[in-house]
Ligand binder design. Structure first.
Ligand code: NDP
Length: 385
């Protein structure tokens, strides 16, 4: 049976892993919408290869290039933020939400409003919109499948069990490329060093988030919304080998863990085939070659981001959206060479500590307003455009 799929953020790392799996089983899928921000040539190539119905660039100034790349193909083209939402609201069996950052929020909400099934990689959307998004999911009868490897692991470990029986959820963290670095080394870390993750091959923003540990902080907030067991039952453990992707401990003392290769095609395949299973091209884990698994408590002195995320979600209201927006600006400033690595977390903390946190957002527009205001404050603080 053919299923229809749209991929938001098709030209990125998660998009590429998703399309790799689809390419191996072409006849099982009908591709409806593929989107990018401005990688017009790459998007046109993918749209032709997969016979997409429509290709959309978020940045309208790139629409001309997209049109040129798709001329004569019969594939529809569009550009701009509204066009992304319209493409995301085309009915499909599965939407893969893989845009990076809060830029993906409005398209994800458009897909949710169709009551469809959404494989969510775009964690920043859920961190920023939290209750607004989970309420919309319930209201429209949508289904969220977590793509993030940790949340996908937890989702798998929860199958067949009652959430009331969960004693604790453990999110594992690789610790990133700087896990063993001193404070002095961290102060001098370069963007090239930060994006060189030891276990995972990912886009630049999430790679930097992994290096600061903000990725785990965002995931902590994401887990809070996806698996409502209470913050006191959520913890983070550093596990440098990235073999166990997360664990669920039950009240009878049993702990279920999901293990797998550090390749996003595993959790993506779990979403594509859900509630069944499918083949992937990956070698099974060789546990004897891995030999040892180790675990450490996070060091919040050198990596304060997990503390900031915990404080933001405990504060609730607009704080997680402010945290996310400030982090997006600081990561972009670091990648552009404007600020040192350790200023990322410092500036997020400074923005969160500014008085007058806005009231809790009640609608998508409220979230976007909070996001924009926090971005403006972060740009001002960091003196970036
Ligand atoms: P990439 O940077 O590799 O790709 C991002 C995608 O989003 C690209 O298609 C990009 O288009 C598009 N995009 C960027 N900005 C905008 C915008 N303003 N409007 C519309 N589209 C935009 O990111 P990743 O694939 O690494 O990550 C995607 C999401 O998945 C993130 O939220 C990340 O946290 C999450 N995730 C990623 C994992 C990974 O292994 N990579 C693992 C778990 C979660 P263009 O090419 O034109 O810039």
């Amino acid at each position: 049976m053919t299923r229809s799929i749209s991929i938001l953020g098709a030209t990125g790392s998660v998009g590429a892993s998703t399309l790799d799996l689809i390419r191996r089983n072409r006849e099982a899928w009908r591709v409806v919408a593929l989107t990018a921000n401005c990688s017009a040539a790459e998007l046109a190539k993918l749209a032709r290869e997969f016979g997409a119905e429509i290709a959309v660039v978020g940045d309208e100034s790139c629409l001309g290039d997209l049109r040129e790349g798709l001329s004569g193909s019969g594939i529809e083209t569009a550009g701009g933020a509204q066009a992304l939402c319209e493409a995301a609201s085309r009915p499909v069996d599965l939407t893969v939400a893989a845009i990076v950052g809060c830029a993906g929020l409005a398209p994800v909400m458009a897909a949710i409003e169709q009551g469809g099934t959404i494989a969510l990689a775009n964690k920043e959307a859920l961190v920023s919109a939290g209750d607004v998004m989970t309420r919309a999911v319930a209201q429209h009868g949508a289904t969220l499948l977590p793509v993030d490897s940790e949340h996908n692991a937890i989702f798998q470990c929860l199958q067949g069990n009652a959430i009331e029986d969960v004693a604790r959820i453990t999110l594992t963290a690789s610790g990133g490329p700087f896990r063993t670095w001193t404070q002095e080394q961290l102060d001098a870390a370069t963007p090239e060093q930060a994006v060189a993750h030891p276990n995972w091959d990912m886009g630049a923003k999430i790679s930097v988030d992994s290096a600061t540990m903000m990725n785990k902080g965002l995931e902590y907030i994401e887990a809070h919304h996806l698996f409502p067991v209470g913050l006191e039952r959520l913890r983070i453990v550093v596990h440098p080998q990235s073999v166990i992707h997360s664990m669920v401990e039950y009240r009878d003392g049993s702990t279920l863990a999901q293990l797998g290769p550090s390749d996003m095609r595993v959790p993506i395949a779990s979403c594509l085939a859900w509630p069944q299973r499918m083949d992937t091209p990956l070698e099974p884990l060789d546990l004897t070659a891995i030999g040892e698994l180790s675990f450490f408590a996070p060091d919040e002195q050198r990596f304060p981001a997990t503390r900031l995320a915990r404080e933001a979600v405990e504060a609730g209201g607009a704080a997680p959206a402010v945290l996310n927006a400030a982090n997006e600006i600081a990561v972009a400033a670091f990648l552009a060479g404007h600020i040192p690595f350790t200023r990322i977390a410092l500036s997020v903390e400074a923005i969160l500590q500014q008085s007058n946190l806005p009231p809790a957002p009640a609608t998508l527009d409220d979230v976007l307003d909070v996001d924009q205001a926090a971005r403006a404050r972060a740009r001002e603080l960091l003196e970036v455009a």
